[in-house]
Ligand binder design. Structure first.
Ligand SMILES: *[C@@H]1O[C@H](CO)[C@@H](O)[C@H](O)[C@H]1NC(C)=O
Ligand SMILES: *[C@@H]1O[C@H](CO)[C@@H](O)[C@H](O)[C@H]1NC(C)=O
Ligand SMILES: *[C@@H]1O[C@H](CO)[C@@H](O)[C@H](O)[C@H]1NC(C)=O
Ligand SMILES: *[C@@H]1O[C@H](CO)[C@@H](O)[C@H](O)[C@H]1NC(C)=O
Ligand SMILES: *[C@@H]1O[C@H](CO)[C@@H](O)[C@H](O)[C@H]1NC(C)=O
Ligand SMILES: *[C@@H]1O[C@H](CO)[C@@H](O)[C@H](O)[C@H]1NC(C)=O
Ligand SMILES: *[C@@H]1O[C@H](CO)[C@@H](O)[C@H](O)[C@H]1NC(C)=O
Length: 520
């Protein structure tokens, strides 16, 4: 009788109870999975993003990088000098008239792409500019009066040369009828005009020395495939180097500046940055004409086209500060002190020794005395004159950019050259421009939106689903288990009573039968 009862008990526990133990284990698994999703999902998504953005030939991001699906535009504002004669003869302040914008639509492409085995890629940047009449205020053939940059560069440089050289220069300029201001069209000022001084220099000066052109233009030679060979990290091996320049024309450092830190050029070209950007990240942009890395810091969160979240990065206010305000800038002043005034950056060494100083438009973040030394430049406004880049922080893609720069000429007064004897020491603004990138195509925007919003939503949904299902199942199975095991206890007792009763019945029947048999 006892062995029978035990068998029954084990049978019950295996069929009913074990089922519920299994459900409990399953619900616990769901909860653990929920915890994993909570903490590990972003890591997985990041891995996927890193894999997707890295530049692999044939990949989608590679295609977008090689031939960006955007039409950037450069907007140029020229400072037309309206009182050149009074300025030279009567010592009045120069009066400038800001003209423009003259808008050029650009087409970018990377050419001669070669993949290297060490996780880098080499290429040349090709840019083609087309004048956009509809967007411009004014025409390319508008005539403007601007300082004669080649001449004033030559005279300013001759300041420390022997006196007879300066006198010789003066007579040459006399013969060639070179004047301190030139009348050129906007197109010429940008894309080049024949300059008698450069032509002469080219004929006279030995070949190895500087000045490879006989034309002068501020964007001269830019409407073409650049001869600069860039080697850049693809991010396939190391995503933290994604888009960072490894070598520029075979060099990993510049040689102009005093410290290795200032000679670094391992920045990005401004279109892509190492992904997973935080508020604390500093982005570095390398632009050859700027002659240095431009560090950009987080300013604020913005919303890009299609509701894509972005971070706005801008240069810190002390990036072009004078050395007494930012001693770190001392390394950019190899021949100083004195160094460049507050808010100006001396790019002379990258511009064939021309005394060119870079600033932000309207002398934004510079000493106000620079702006008021001339007439006609309105006070700088952040919205119009700030340099910024909006990036998508997860992927490091630039959503929108305004690379705004003003070109100024630092003229030194040279008494011995009669043509410029009255040209005072002054920082003369020539023009400013903004290179703008905007309007990523829908295809890219949609993909970004998916990549930025879907993982978060999926994570939340998965988390909620896993936790509720897990917890629900757990509660249900535990209560059921408790109830069932209780019921099974009673069932067990009932059953044994029933069986016992049956047994007694049977015994009774048997006895009866025996009795009957006996009586029969
Ligand atoms: C630039 O200034 C000069 C001198 O005042 C003037 O003759 C010329 O028309 C101006 N150019 C434009 C495009 O306004
Ligand atoms: C220079 O100033 C004098 C008097 O101050 C004036 O007569 C003359 O017209 C001015 N010259 C020019 C080019 O404006
Ligand atoms: C990668 O390879 C290229 C081409 O061989 C070379 O120019 C570059 O210096 C290499 N870069 C690194 C980081 O090894
Ligand atoms: C740039 O070059 C293209 C041809 O390569 C030419 O059609 C275009 O007019 C040029 N743009 C400018 C602004 O000179
Ligand atoms: C550039 O190189 C320096 C060391 O030379 C390194 O500290 C820095 O992180 C690098 N910058 C980037 C953007 O990789
Ligand atoms: C940024 O840096 C500050 C201080 O250096 C730190 O408190 C903060 O947690 C950092 N934020 C992020 C997002 O890393
Ligand atoms: C700019 O730099 C060059 C070369 O270092 C130097 O000769 C010149 O004096 C500097 N100009 C200014 C305005 O600091």
């Amino acid at each position: 009788m006892y062995t029978r009862r035990n068998k029954l008990f084990s049978k019950l526990s295996s069929t009913f109870l074990r089922k519920w133990w299994f459900v409990i284990a399953f619900s616990l698994c769901l909860i653990i999975l929920g915890v994993l999703v909570t903490f590990g999902f972003s890591a997985i998504v990041n891995l996927v993003i890193d894999h997707q953005v890295a530049l692999r030939p044939g990949g989608q991001s590679f295609g977008w990088w090689a031939k960006p699906p955007v039409t950037p535009a450069v907007r140029v504002y020229v400072y037309n000098v309206t009182n050149a004669d009074e300025f030279l003869n009567n010592g009045s302040k120069p009066i400038l008239d800001e003209l423009g914008p003259y808008v050029y639509r650009e087409k970018w492409e990377k050419v001669n792409i070669v993949e290297n085995p060490n996780g880098t890629i080499s290429f040349n940047q090709k840019k083609v500019y087309a004048f956009s009449e509809e967007e411009s205020v004014g025409m390319e053939d508008d005539v403007v009066i601007v300082p004669n940059i080649p001449m004033l560069s030559a005279t300013s440089q001759s300041k420390h040369a022997a006196r007879f050289l300066r006198l010789a220069m003066a007579s040459i300029m006399d013969i060639l009828k070179i004047k301190p201001f030139v009348e050129v069209t906007v197109g010429q000022l940008l894309w080049g005009y024949e300059d008698p001084l450069l032509k002469l220099a080219k004929d006279v000066v030995p070949k190895e020395q500087k000045l490879p052109y006989d034309e002068f233009g501020l964007f001269y030679g830019k409407n073409a495939t650049s001869s600069d060979r860039v080697t850049m990290f693809t991010g396939v091996d190391d995503i933290t180097q994604y888009g960072v320049i490894d070598k520029y024309n075979g060099r990993s450092h510049m040689t102009n500046w005093l410290k290795e830190e200032c000679n670094r050029l391992n920045g990005s070209d401004g279109s892509i940055f190492p992904p997973h950007i935080t508020h604390n990240t500093t982005l570095y942009v390398y632009e050859k004409d700027l002659c240095r890395l431009l560090p950009l810091n987080f300013e604020k969160e913005v919303t890009g086209r299609g509701g894509i979240p972005g971070y706005r990065f801008t240069p810190s206010p002390d990036v072009f500060a004078s050395v007494d305000k930012n001693p770190d800038n001392l390394c950019y002043c190899p021949s100083g002190p004195p160094c460049a005034p507050h808010g100006l950056f001396n790019v002379s060494l990258c511009q064939y020794d021309s005394p060119v100083l870079i600033s932000f438009p309207h002398f934004y973040m510079a000493d106000d005395s620079l702006r008021t030394a001339v007439e006609g430049i309105s006070p700088p406004e952040k919205d119009k004159h700030q340099f910024f880049i909006d990036v998508q922080p997860l992927m490091g893609t630039t959503l929108r950019a305004r690379a705004r720069v003003q070109i100024n000429l630092a003229v030194s007064q040279v008494q011995d050259i009669k043509q410029v004897a009255n040209f005072p020491d002054i920082v003369f603004p020539i023009l400013w421009f903004e290179e703008g990138v905007e309007g990523l195509p829908d295809e890219v925007v949609n993909l970004m939106r998916i990549a930025t919003t879907v993982p978060d939503k999926a994570r939340t949904a998965l988390m909620i689903a896993l936790f509720t299902l897990g917890v629900l199942l757990f509660i249900v199975s535990v209560t059921c288990l408790v109830r069932k095991s209780h019921r099974q206890n009673t069932l067990h007792l009932d059953g044994s009573n029933y069986l016992a009763a049956q047994h007694i019945d049977q015994q009774k029947k048997k006895a009866k039968m025996d009795n009957g048999n006996k009586s029969n």
